[in-house]
Design a protein around this ligand. Sequence first.
Ligand code: PEP
Ligand code: MG
Length: 586
Amino acid sequence: MQELMPSTYKELCDIRHILEQNYHDMLDIEFTIQEGKLFMLQCRVGKRTGVAALTMALDMLHEGLIDEKEVVMRLTPAQLDELLHPILDAADEKKHQVIAKGLPAGPGGAVGKIVLDSETSKAYTAQHIKNILVREETNPEDVEGMRSATGILTARGGMTSHAALVARGWGKCCIVGCDAIKIDMNARTISIDGKTYKEGDTLSLNGSKGWVYAEEVKMIDATENPLFQEFMKLVDKFRVMGVRTNADNPEDAQNAINFGAEGIGLFRIEHMFYGKNSEKPLEKLRNMILADNLESRVAALAELEPYMKEAAKGTLKVMDGKPLTFRLMDPPLHEFVPQTEEKQREVAKERGMDLNDLKKRIEDMHEVNPMMGLRGVRLGIIYPEITETQFRALFSATAELKKEGFNPMLEIMVPLTINAAELHHQKNIANRIKAEVENKYGIQFDYKFGTMIEIPRAALVADQIAEVAEFFSFGTNDLTQMTFGFSRDDVNAIVHKYVDEKIIPADPFNNFDRECVGELVKIGIERGRKTRANLKCGVCGEHGGDPTAAEFFFTAGMNYVSCSPFRVPVARLAAAQAAIKAGASK
Ligand code: PEP
Ligand code: MG
């Protein structure tokens, strides 16, 4: 065009320049030329990928076209997320057909061979064959396979299921609740809509959308982009709300720090019983769970304590000078007792126990509704020796680190609280053990004592609870479960139908329910701060990483959100945008 009609070309370039200066953005321009005359037809802000959005925003800043605040507003959290994960190539994706859809539990893309169990995944990975672990649902015994697989696909489970939580923690591509999949473990095949795929066949997953393909889709590598660092500096300039991470081992904690986390908002001690190096502590935990009298429980706990101390110490050390909120044990106990006959036989043998006695003990522990049963603080009230062991392990780790010259900032929180009396009960144990440990090590230390708010009742009596608790952490996974009465693990199909029928707008485990769960959060913060004006409040449920909820949490008065390490940059951006929108940025 420049060669054929230079003056019209110049006219077009000039108009383009005027438009860009006026819109302060890159535009998609439509024009036509008729008998040498240029007609402008339409213009609109142009669509762009994450990488392009980042590059353009910083270019425009350097050209003086937009200011720093505008740069921060230019990238959507989803575009930033795109930069952090390898993804399927969108252009190539269009050439393939989606064979099934599930919930987008872990973002990014993955391509690999179907494997149906942990062992096969590890065997494939050992031969450098990328693989996708396909399971009905996952449980702690699958963790090593989940670690070794490139992606995870489950037929059941919601956004807070085991698979979803673990995968997100590792920034791994994962789709859950893909109910079209039928797995046949005998034939070692899966079928979708009547079509069968063998173990070893290729699948591609789009974990950001929840789409499954039965062919290899091209991947794009999200390479380190120096512009990313420049952009994140600007983000933090305007951010007011803190961003912490949910992490429970030194590697994840370090990863999160590298992504800009300012502390740990949730350390789930149960995770030390999953995966690599968990055999020994898991054996002790099982002894504790299966103990049928105080003496044997105390003996099992004494053996477990050093493992807990080391687990806490390793992560406290990495977090040196940054707060670490340790959540007292909240194990779904049933997940840790052997389920299959074969495993039960193995455990009975290990413990020198009669198989029938073991089965009887497991049967005695059976709860009709374990999510509402012996969990959270209830465990520490029924068995105070379990809390005592954890306090001793945590305080000892803190004392040892202080002696070694580190600055551990321990915060301990009690899960599933319903009233202040529960907290007084646990705090009394803490006071006693703290004095004992300080005496033993000859050193004094501080820590903060707080609670999770994850049962509606706790939000309503937050004023009383704040008399004991120095901080609140809102567990919005359970708070959503308890507010809706929807089981976190089983409700998937019902939620899908409810969303399809427009009975509810979205899956509340995925999209924070401002109307009611949000109302409870606001009430909790408000009432808590009536008693304790400087009460620190955070959110550590999965919604802490939901950028669409950041504005709500910020205006509700939350001091920080906590999310999995790979969500940290996105949460930082969402928090900065919330502050800018509220006119409250730094
Ligand atoms: C929660 O309930 O929001 C929470 C963080 O705890 P968990 O998911 O471990 O129950
Ligand atoms: Mg919870």
